[in-house]
Design a protein. Structure first.
Lengths: 113, 113
């Protein structure tokens, strides 16, 4: 089954404690991205990757890091989480081109206290 | 640069009545346009997409949308709402030459019995 898998689904952590949210896709998609969803703001892109070893900033990259060492994986790293990073996070993947739709993971609800 | 405006943050309808969710876009080139739905505590699911073929696009669950270039609109409609349609809906644009997606802020559809 084609899918994007994020882990964990729920995470509560303390300010400053490094964490990683994993994202894996099994569709051999070149393009992967991370979004955060906040009430009234829709989905905002954090980082995206056009292919292995190619990443770029989205609209809200501050406080986040990513890496793309393998085509299927695109982890999101918070080196020093802060309460304003409390949010719902989605990973997505798609094949290249403007006409292709994105497939989304189930989301990770992160709370930083 | 591309952008999307969803004109209503909330829309309330009664079961069995028509649904209209409005979306306007801005794009420098011929865009691809998508509607996604997000049910509570779920990921995002593609409803339908426009990719410069027919201007009237049919999607899943009885939804359809019409691309109107002169009005830069891509409104989502359904003839008769069902309780299971209650969810948040996102209009999304992808521009020629890019793989990135730009989301609207979302419209919450409320369906009453």
């Amino acid at each position: 089954e084609a899918q994007v898998t994020q882990n964990p689904r729920y995470l509560i952590t303390v300010t400053g404690k490094k964490l990683t949210v994993t994202c894996s896709q099994n569709m051999n998609h070149e393009y992967m991205s991370w979004y955060r969803q906040d009430p009234g703001l829709g989905l905002r892109q954090i980082y995206y990757s056009m292919n292995v070893e190619v990443t770029d900033k989205g609209d809200v990259p501050e406080g986040y890091k990513v890496s793309r060492k393998e085509k299927r994986n695109f982890p999101l790293i918070l080196e020093s989480p802060s309460p304003n990073q409390t949010s719902l996070y989605f990973c997505a993947s798609k094949s290249q081109g403007m006409n292709t739709e994105a497939f989304f993971g189930q989301g990770t609800r992160l709370t930083v206290v | 640069a591309q952008s999307v405006t969803q004109l209503d943050s909330h829309v309330s309808v009664s079961e069995g009545t028509p649904v209209l969710l409005r979306c306007n876009y801005s794009s420098s080139y011929s865009p691809s346009l998508f509607w996604y739905v997000q049910h509570p505590n779920k990921g995002l699911q593609l409803l339908l997409k426009y990719t410069s073929a027919a201007t009237l696009v049919k999607g899943i669950n009885g939804f359809e949308a019409e691309f109107k270039k002169s009005e830069t609109s891509f409104h989502l409609t359904k003839p008769s709402a069902h309780m299971s349609d209650a969810a948040e809906y996102f209009c999304v644009v992808s521009e020629a030459g890019y793989s990135t997606l730009t989301f609207g802020k979302g419209t919450m559809l409320l369906v009453s019995p």
